[in-house]
Design a protein around this ligand. Structure first.
Ligand SMILES: Cc1cc2nc3c(=O)[nH]c(=O)nc-3n(C[C@H](O)[C@H](O)[C@H](O)COP(=O)(O)O)c2cc1C
Length: 391
């Protein structure tokens, strides 16, 4: 039922005006880690147009978690920006969440603590080749412990600044997802091997976060249903993981898929904006490599409306965990289909980049369809000009 999506709901005590989340889409509006006016306007606009919960990205839990320099690190110095973000959204009667992330082995940032990128195992970091950071190193137990503490600290800072919820990024091939993936995680200790071991780091993060913020704070996780390559994190792994997260006090899971460093367009589908990606690349050699080999190294995935729904339905029938659907939501009919399949909330990326008032349009017109044609130029340009729709 379409109407159901517009009824106020509660997420662990947090009252939301409807079931719609603006999903994390890295905004690229924080030069040297300091947000500019566009970031505040971006989220204010979402709230003003009836998005119940808008998600800020990228929020790195420490410097080693940055993919590049122009991203926020969520430490004490971020508090003034976070407060301002929370304020502008609250003034428009919206709620705000922070996606907390660590990129693990794929980084090209020149701001870091550990010169070698951190990951579950030693892995080639093709993004860091020209930055003198070609390989990651296997994280020690002390690295893991420190990162757990950094997640907890970042969540508490977000909460204290007025954020209404947080989302821990466990998908898309970021650090926790690298640990979850049997292809990338080759460890022989208690953090590698069986799913119980591969998920240990994520559960330590969740437990530490819960301890830091207390029982009454909404905690979401974004998780892969599958990595999108052979022998990666699987649907069966996902079902078991969702149930384990439920046992550790996670309030909702956002179901996605794909691995940014290996299958980047699996998670959104559609065109590969190669020209814009080449333009945005500042390193001469990387630019040349992208121009000449981009087509052969970046795999294309055809877009279809609600493209993750068949997979997500399989998770839906296996658990009573509150689930958020994401992936290819572009029309009122599509929203109805997702709600009818029993999902609790719907997260939307490109349709809201194209039309910040997409939710209101859908509410007023059951035949509304997003003009987004999945050209993905918003992705190609997110680092260069900030995320925006060219249509
Ligand atoms: C420009 C852009 C930036 C994105 N950045 C992030 C991100 O920072 N974190 C994340 O979890 N997903 C990111 N994604 C993926 C989206 O959250 C979402 O999973 C995907 O786009 C599918 O949803 P959609 O079809 O509604 O766009 C990004 C997508 C786009 C288009």
């Amino acid at each position: 039922m379409l109407r159901k999506a517009f009824i106020p709901i509660r997420l662990h005590g947090l009252e939301l005006k409807n079931s719609f989340i603006k999903t994390a889409t890295y905004e690229g509006m924080s030069k040297d880690g300091i947000p500019d006016d566009r970031l505040f306007k971006f989220h204010e606009e979402m709230a003003a147009h009836d998005v119940a919960l808008t998600t800020v990205a990228y929020g790195a839990v420490n410097e080693d978690g940055l993919t590049h320099e122009d991203q926020m690190v969520i430490d004490e110095s971020a508090t003034p920006y976070l407060k301002k973000l929370a304020d502008v959204v609250h003034k428009k009667d919206g709620k705000i969440s922070m996606q907390l992330t660590h990129c693990g082995y794929f980084t090209r940032s020149t701001r870091y603590k550990s010169r070698k990128p951190l990951g579950p195992s030693k892995t080639l970091n093709k993004y860091g080749l020209m930055k003198g950071r070609p390989y990651s190193r296997e994280m020690s137990k002390a690295d893991i412990q420190q990162t757990v503490e950094d997640f907890a600290r970042a969540v508490l800072i977000s909460k204290n600044a007025g954020f209404d919820a947080v989302e821990i990024h466990m998908g898309h091939g970021y650090l926790l997802s690298q640990f979850l993936s049997p292809v990338i995680n080759k460890r022989n200790d208690k953090y590698g091997g069986s799913l119980e071991n591969r998920i240990r780091f994520s559960l330590e993060v969740v437990d530490a976060v819960r301890r830091a913020v207390g029982d009454d704070y909404p905690l979401l996780c974004k998780l892969n249903m599958e990595d999108g390559f052979n022998n990666g994190f699987s649907l069966k792994d996902c079902i078991d993981t969702v149930n384990m997260l439920k046992g550790h006090g996670v309030d909702a899971v956002i179901l996605s898929g794909g691995f940014t460093s290996l299958t980047p367009f699996y998670l959104m589908r559609g065109e590969i904006p190669l020209k814009e990606m080449v333009e945005s690349e500042s390193n001469f050699l990387q630019k040349a490599a992208l121009r000449f080999f981009g087509r052969s190294i970046i795999k294309k995935y055809e877009f279809s409306e609600n493209f993750f729904l068949p997979l997500a339905k399989q998770i839906r029938k296996s658990t009573n965990m509150p689930l958020v659907y994401v992936g290819g939501v572009i029309s009122a009919q599509g929203i109805e289909e997702v709600m009818d399949a029993g999902f609790d909330m719907i997260a939307i990326g490109r349709a809201l980049i194209a039309e910040p008032d997409f939710i209101q349009k859908v509410k007023n017109d059951p035949d509304h369809r997003s003009p987004c044609d999945q050209c993905n130029i918003c992705v190609g340009y997110m680092e260069k000009t900030g995320v925006r729709c060219v249509l």
